[in-house]
Design a binder for this molecule. Structure first.
Ligand code: HAM
Length: 526
């Protein structure tokens, strides 16, 4: 007999289950509360966005964009148009053979038919240049059809030429817009800031978000393909160092309220993109790296070309002594960036926020400038960064918005939870998940009373378990203990008749008789 395959969560994704989810909820609740006290409002951007948004914001050459995004064609027709363009491309060399020409025209007609439906349905909006490409495509295709039956010698090169042009236009139309599951949310928040004209609100605008992000990374403890972030962004307004420091203070307050232990805050400044600042430093770094290229691993060698700063991130043992001798960015910051960094440190001191400076903290996303920071926590092994963030003045502008300063962070919620669980610093919420009262009922009249009592107690805020079918008292008490209930409320004919209910303390076995109002009074302070 054929066995049916069992379904499993996709590699790198997982189910979050009770009782763990209670801790997730508590952490999220704490974020809502703490962030509100600092004047942040919640934003819930969509989970997918145009691929181009992330490519432009996070950077084409970053690992996130070049290797890790889940990207697909927005509309199945988009993907099909790409396939059709490929097919007519491979047929275009043979259009002087009747059979190939017929196939070519059939596929090209199909392309135009699907494209025009999409345009009519507003599935794609063509800009002016795309519109003219589209008109040229239709006209070239009509000319090719006209030349189909022409048997003169001059018709052959003309047909080939027209076919090539048709293929070219199909590719150039570029209407196959791609979308990606968000690998992070800073780009989305900036997009929303621009889209909703938030620069007209009192500045800066302070927003926070929480939710799943997606990166196709190699899964391991603390690293998932669907993971959760809690993040905050400050957009617009000045770039006063007090803003950087207050954001970090809020973050540390949040971790403190969660009970996170062993946190270490590292900070750095990576200056701004100018010859007398980061650009100059990167050129110098690159030159130094070239000199030691042979001693570096393949990843670092590649990064000398794509993004030399990222070499500083390397964890490879044998590269450490080499990296230690490289020039340091702090010695190459321009005067303004140097002053900004010094002031951020002073502001952190004023707030009593402890930090460690780490000149190698460059972060893996392209949009950062000046302040960068990361927080590590205990119990996480190699994936110990529980939060990362930094300043990104200019990102809003890069995304075609008004000039605006920006700074923010994102906490890896999965890692935060792992660390909390590792330190056994779970809040009482998790241990409170078991029902406080289990109703052991027997008999029809008792059942009706039990339903009412359950409703009243739940209304009063108690966790109540009401078994859906009748159980012998012994069995019911056994269940109650297994669930970890604190009390069993025993309701049988006697109790209903007398109006005096029996409450059994399952920890010490003591029993007492109580009327319903007395019961609620008794449970209230517990
Ligand atoms: P990020 O450093 O890429 O920054 O991610 C922030 C945090 O998300 C990391 O420190 C880590 O805790 C968590 N994280 C990242 N990837 C994974 C994964 N595959 N599995 C589990 N956790 C992960 C950003 O995303 C920026 N948008 C942060 C930011 C906001 N900067 C300014 N504003």
């Amino acid at each position: 007999m054929a066995t049916k395959a069992k379904f499993q969560a996709i590699r790198g994704t997982r189910d979050l289950l009770p009782p763990d989810t209670a801790l997730w909820t508590r952490v999220e609740q704490t974020a809502h509360e703490v962030f509100a006290t600092y004047g942040y409002g919640e934003i819930r951007p969509p989970i997918f966005e145009p691929t181009e948004l992330f490519a432009r914001a996070v950077g084409d050459d970053t690992d996130i964009v070049s290797k890790e995004m889940y990207t697909f064609a927005e509309n199945p027709n988009h993907a099909y148009l790409e396939v059709l363009a490929q097919r007519i491309g491979s047929l275009s060399l043979a259009v002087n053979e009747q059979a190939a020409l017929r196939q070519f025209l059939k596929r090209a007609d199909e392309f135009v038919r699907i494209a025009s439906t999409m345009i009519e349905d507003k599935d794609v909006i063509l800009d002016d240049s795309q519109n003219s490409e589209y008109e040229v495509l239709k006209s070239k295709l009509a000319q090719l059809k006209g030349a189909a039956g022409d048997s003169s010698d001059s018709a052959r090169p003309r047909r080939s030429q027209l076919a090539v042009e048709v293929v070219e236009k199909c590719h150039m139309l570029g209407i196959a817009e791609r979308i990606s599951l968000r690998p992070e949310a800073t780009a989305s928040v900036c997009r929303a800031y621009i889209e909703h004209n938030m620069q007209q609100l009192p500045q800066p605008v302070k927003l926070y978000y929480m939710g799943p992000m997606f990166r196709r990374e190699r899964p391991q403890k603390g690293r998932y393909r669907q993971f959760y972030q809690i993040g905050a962004e400050i957009l617009g307004g000045p770039d006063a160092p007090a803003i950087d420091a207050e954001l970090i203070e809020m973050l540390m307050t949040f971790f403190d309220k969660c009970g996170l232990q062993g946190t270490e805050l590292s900070i750095n400044s990576i200056g701004h993109a100018a010859d007398n600042c980061r650009r100059g430093y990167v050129a110098k770094l690159k030159a130094e790296l070239e000199k030691v290229k042979d001693k570096l691993g393949a990843d670092s060698q590649r990064r000398i070309e794509t993004n030399p700063l990222r070499v500083l991130d390397s964890k490879l043992e044998h590269e450490q002594p080499i990296i230690e001798k490289l020039p340091r960015i702090a010695d190459h910051l321009c005067d303004e960036c140097k002053a900004h960094y010094a002031a951020v440190k002073r502001e952190l001191d004023l707030r009593g926020v402890a930090y460690r400076e780490n000149w190698r903290l460059v972060r893996g996303l392209d949009y950062y400038m000046r302040t960068t920071f990361e927080i590590t926590a205990k119990g996480l092994g190699s994936q110990n960064a529980v939060c990362g963030g930094g300043r990104y003045d200019g990102l809003v502008e890069l995304l075609s918005g008004p000039p605006a300063k920006g700074i923010g962070f994102a906490i890896g919620e999965d890692r935060l939870i792992l660390s909390l669980q590792d330190a056994k610093s779970q809040s009482p919420v998790t241990s409170h998940q078991s029902p406080s009262v289990y109703i052991a009922w027997m008999g029809e009249r008792a059942y009706a009373t039990a339903i009412r009592a359950a409703k009243d107690m739940r209304n009063a805020g108690f966790r109540v378990e009401l078994p859906p079918t009748e159980l012998k008292f012994g069995k019911a008490l056994e269940r109650a203990s297994k669930l970890g209930s604190r009390f069993a409320l025993i309701l049988g004919d006697n109790e209903v008749q007398s109006g005096e209910w029996t409450l059994k303390n399952l920890a010490n076995g003591e029993q007492q008789k109580l009327t319903e109002p007395a019961l609620l009074e008794y449970l209230k302070p517990l």
